[in-house]
Design a protein around this ligand. Structure first.
Ligand code: C5P
Length: 230
């Protein structure tokens, strides 16, 4: 069954703890990204874990295999449940991340790979010396990541159906860009409703502002969870 992950896009551990407390039993999985991690350090992971929640640490690791291997081990010690790497770090780096995670046995974090950042367009690929169309590049990087041991990828809701067909039933497909029907899309361009993302094969829906900025965040999270079950 697909799960809701709430993005803790705040800048202090106190604010993060307040969000987690306010959402209570409605949400059990939270994303900690670069902003919060850089502001607070790894302690915020312990604090969210201490509230009985699971943590998706979204640091998008991209470095030489040895550095990524050792960083994934540090993330494993922190007890994170899900973490991100960049597919473009290459096969050896992805494998190093997957093996480092697997060394934690039953407590192993799941490793998911970013394919092409959704902030990039075809011109950016050209500037990077990549000639093939974006969908082919995303598919190639997704296959590389899962073939090298990642459990799945991060992708937009618009790509999720194709990625499910390509990567098979076991792959984790983590999708940001989810918006309840009729909601303000903000700066997200390629959005889908929770129901649509789940129907298309998303396993983890990452939602930030529609919950954090709601007048009643708990009710907003409950409505999204209900839509995911439709
Ligand atoms: O507020 P919103 O629901 O748009 O937040 C989505 C979260 O997912 C943010 O933390 C954002 O940085 C992240 N994200 C994204 N699009 C991507 C990858 C990550 O919005 N392609």
């Amino acid at each position: 069954m697909a799960e809701l992950i709430v993005a803790l896009d705040v800048s202090s551990a106190c604010e993060a703890e307040a969000v987690v407390k306010r959402l209570g039993a409605t949400v059990s999985f939270y994303k900690i990204g670069l902003e919060l991690f850089a502001a607070t350090g790894p302690e915020v992971v312990a604090r969210v874990k201490g509230q009985g929640k699971r943590v998706f640490l979204d640091l998008k690791l991209h470095d030489i295999p040895r550095t990524v291997e050792r960083t994934v081990k540090s993330c494993g010690v922190l007890g994170v449940d899900l973490l991100t790497i960049h597919s473009s770090g290459g096969r050896a780096m992805i494998r190093a991340a997957a093996e480092a995670a697997a060394s934690f046995g039953s407590a192993a974090p799941c490793v998911v790979a970013v394919t092409c950042l959704t902030s990039l367009d075809q011109q950016d690929l050209t500037d990077l010396g990549i000639g093939r169309p974006m969908p082919e590049q995303v598919a190639a990087l997704g296959s590389l990541a899962v073939g090298a041991g990642a459990q799945g990828i991060v992708c937009s809701p618009q790509e999720v159906a194709a990625m499910r067909r390509l990567l098979g039933p076991a792959a984790l497909l983590v999708t940001p860009g989810v918006r309840p029907a009729g909601a303000d899309v903000g700066d997200q361009k390629r959005v889908a409703t929770p129901a649509q993302a789940v129907r298309d094969g998303s396993t983890h829906l990452v939602v930030g502002r529609p919950i954090l900025d709601a007048v009643d965040p708990c009710a907003a999270a409950q409505a999204i969870t209900a839509d995911m079950l439709r």
